[in-house]
Design a protein around this ligand. Structure first.
Ligand SMILES: Nc1ncnc2c1ncn2[C@@H]1O[C@H](COP(=O)(O)O)[C@@H](OP(=O)(O)O)[C@H]1O
Ligand SMILES: [Mg+2]
Ligand SMILES: [Mg+2]
Ligand SMILES: [Mg+2]
Length: 383
């Protein structure tokens, strides 16, 4: 995978098994053989595996964009419309297949809650797309897999979630609409244990690193209790990878900026405008797709992320929030729903106990923002 990382994070240096665990010839992704125990308190093995999976899936997505999506002539052959009218591309399916295969190789007994499934790939009509997809995935996976294995890997993401045991949740492309426009998207993978997010990784191929280098492609990683870190998503081959700890707090006096979805159907833009006015925010909102919004709050680029319900009854999906929620919290920020309730990842595939999301850079700002949002939403009878 070309991930020859070293890090300045001493906790990881103190757990050398994370670097020694790769055998000289990697085990087959179908092999039940496990060289080391799957669970450690530090989650060092899971962290390393998730970083590799997100990096591999992000490279696949970037390749698909350049080869197929950027060119209008090939875009349609790489895209479908789902039953809910949302788009899905070969990169969404391919990234899910790759991450499921890599997780299955390292943690064969782990369950996965993934956004995509293979049912829209089953028809004769979808044969060209299946062929294209198999080709793409086999440029990343070793050993190569067959078409039926490909579909089975995608469908490993069919777990129902819940409040007991541990499972992974993945959004192979969060912000598919942004991906299609060549704007922001995120490849997201998180580990949930007993209803709590314990590990979150997010790759943002079109977001520059926050270190001022201007290098495109950032990855953010957090393990509960260990802080949040940023590293290059696409390091040059053989380059030393250094992780930088990130913090949501901006220097005192920084004007407040807020981020929200590009898509008005995903978050109410007029309500957020009212909230901004109440908080004396004068700058225009920064609109971007995907969990890159959480990434912006986690490293202090924006102070507030508002995701305000557009209608009663929409249940946010756990894979749209698991990575971002942990990364912001580990960077010292706060994440709740619009009523100030903690996000509850133990309710199945959706956050059915929650309405919308608010993330901010501090507990004080969270309190003020929740109060303003409640004031704006009260007359709307959304719950
Ligand atoms: N009515 C709605 N309200 C909130 N989120 C919605 C929505 N309809 C779809 N979404 C989610 O919005 C996500 C994108 O978020 P954003 O607008 O912040 O980029 C989509 O993820 P995918 O792109 O992974 O399908 C989808 O799950
Ligand atoms: Mg989708
Ligand atoms: Mg999503
Ligand atoms: Mg998605």
């Amino acid at each position: 995978m070309g991930w020859h990382g070293t890090t300045t994070d001493t906790r990881r240096l103190a757990t050398p098994q994370t670097r020694e665990r790769e055998p000289s010839s990697p085990p087959s992704i179908f092999s039940p053989f496990l060289p080391f125990p799957t669970m450690s308190v530090s989650l060092a093995l899971e962290r390393e595996a998730a970083i590799k999976a997100v990096a591999a899936a992000s490279r696949l997505c970037q390749g698909v964009f350049k080869k197929l999506i950027a060119d209008a002539a090939s875009r349609d052959s790489a895209t479908q419309t789902k039953a809910d009218q949302s788009p899905v591309t070969v990169a969404d399916y391919g990234a899910q297949a790759v991450m499921c295969a890599l997780i299955a190789r390292d943690f064969p007994n782990d369950l996965i809650v993934g956004e995509e499934d293979s049912k829209d790939l089953a028809s004769d009509e979808a044969q060209p797309m299946r062929t294209l997809l198999l080709d793409l995935v086999n440029t990343v996976l070793e050993p190569k897999i067959t078409e039926s294995e490909l579909l089975a890997f995608i469908d490993r993401g069919n777990h129902t979630g819940g409040s007991t045991g541990r499972f992974w949740t993945m959004d192979p492309i969060d912000g598919t609409k942004g991906f299609l426009r060549g704007e922001q998207f995120a490849v997201c993978l998180a580990l949930v244990d007993e209803g709590q997010v314990r590990l979150g990784v997010m790759g943002c191929p079109n977001l520059p690193l926050g270190d001022g280098s201007g290098q495109l492609g950032t990855m953010q990683v957090a393990v509960a209790g260990q802080g949040a870190f940023e590293l290059p998503l696409f390091p040059a081959d053989g380059a030393q990878v250094t992780e930088r700890q990130i913090h949501a707090a901006a220097p005192a006096g920084t004007p407040l900026r807020f981020v929200e979805s590009v898509e008005a159907a995903h978050s109410d833009h007029s309500d957020s405008g009212r909230v901004a006015k109440m908080l004396d925010i004068t700058a225009d909102p920064v609109r971007m797709d995907s969990q890159a919004k959480y990434a912006s709050v986690a490293r202090g680029d924006a102070a507030i992320y508002l995701r305000l319900p557009t209608r009663a009854g929409y249940e946010e999906k756990i894979w749209d929030h698991a990575s971002g929620r942990l990364i912001v919290a580990e960077a010292g920020g706060q994440v709740t729903d619009v009523r100030g309730h903690a996000l509850d990842f133990g309710q199945g595939r959706t956050l059915k106990n929650n309405i919308g999301v608010i993330a901010t850079s501090s507990p004080e700002l969270q309190e003020k923002t929740v109060a303003a949002v409640m004031e704006v939403l009260k007359p709307k009878n959304l719950w």
